[in-house]
Design a protein around this ligand. Structure first.
Ligand SMILES: [Zn+2]
Length: 67
């Protein structure tokens, strides 16, 4: 199950939450001020992979010419 990180647009607080599906984002509210005005940040999984040229290398190996 992916963990999503959110930031509240009302109070600026950030928090993370386990979501079963992407549609569950609509029911997420800020745990601090209970505002539904939240924005999803980059998932924890994505942030671990990013930060290098490794992603570019994978993209190149998936090029149509490699098939
Ligand atoms: Zn809030």
């Amino acid at each position: 199950m992916p963990i999503f990180e959110f930031v509240c647009l009302d109070c600026g607080d950030s928090f993370d939450k386990l979501l079963r599906s992407s549609s569950a984002i609509n029911s997420v509210i800020c745990p601090t001020c209970e505002s539904p005005q939240i924005r999803k940040k980059i998932s924890l999984f994505s942030s671990k992979v990013s930060g290098g040229t490794r992603a570019e290398t994978n993209a190149a190996s998936c090029a149509p010419g490699g098939l």
